[in-house]
Design a protein around this ligand. Structure first.
Ligand code: ZN
Length: 227
């Protein structure tokens, strides 16, 4: 049976996670031209230092999206930094690419707990996800968010080798209609807020936007502040 090379290499990438992925390849196995960063140059950020009255809406995983959510995001012209898993970004690619003020960042291929896997597998998780982001959006991710927020120096090194300069953590979370703000009463300029693409996302966004308005903050894109 004839198998096109492209299909074959995609299949190999999907089913041979132990191949050397200390650098990133495209779907034909060619090395991608991109910078790599030394471990010490990979910054881990929990918030952004700025005097601008902005906070950053970041939404993870990408499992559930809907027309109603799209309308809410579009009507409010919300700038959103999305950390979708590669498979979810691909599955919902039409929905995601129709949003005009959204950027797509790296949250691994399979939601692997990065500190529990070997560097080779870490590299694969990051590179594979970057490839999918490039295929879907035409752009390279600038930020990496480790699933469960789990990172260490080894993960940091893998992130740098894969050509990503920032590990983007968060200092505020909104979940099930509640703002988890580490004991603080108000939001501050530069806060990075974590949400998830769940059935409750629209409600969580409404709760967050009400609070941001109270505290005099506008939503902004991470990429407009860090490159
Ligand atoms: Zn996640």
């Amino acid at each position: 049976m004839f198998i096109p090379n492209l299909l074959l290499s995609l299949t190999l990438l999907n089913f041979l996670p132990n191949i050397d992925q200390s650098h990133c390849n495209d779907s034909r196995g060619r090395r991608l031209e991109q910078p790599s960063y030394l471990t010490k140059d990979v910054k881990v950020i929990y918030n952004v230092r700025t005097r601008d009255k902005v906070a950053f809406i970041t939404i993870d995983d990408g499992v559930y999206v809907s027309d109603s959510l799209a309308k809410f995001i579009d009507d409010n012209q919300l700038p959103i930094t999305t950390f979708a898993l590669a498979g979810e970004l691909w599955r919902n690619r039409d929905w995601f690419t129709q949003r005009t003020n959204m950027t797509f960042e790296n949250h691994t291929n399979t939601h692997a707990h990065m500190t529990l896997v070997k560097p080779k597998q870490q590299g694969y998780e990051i590179c594979r996800a970057s490839q999918v982001i490039r295929n879907v959006t035409g752009e390279r991710p600038v930020f990496f968010r480790p699933p469960g927020g789990s990172w260490n120096e080894e993960v940091r090194a893998s992130v740098g080798q894969a050509g990503i300069k920032y590990i983007a953590m968060w200092n505020v979370q909104v979940d099930k209609g509640k703002i988890l703000n580490r004991g603080r009463n108000s939001l501050s300029p530069g806060d990075i807020v974590l949400l998830h693409y769940t059935h409750g996302l629209e409600r969580d966004l409404k709760v967050l936007l009400t609070k941001m308005k109270q505290d005099g903050l506008e939503p902004a894109l991470l990429r407009d502040y860090l490159k």
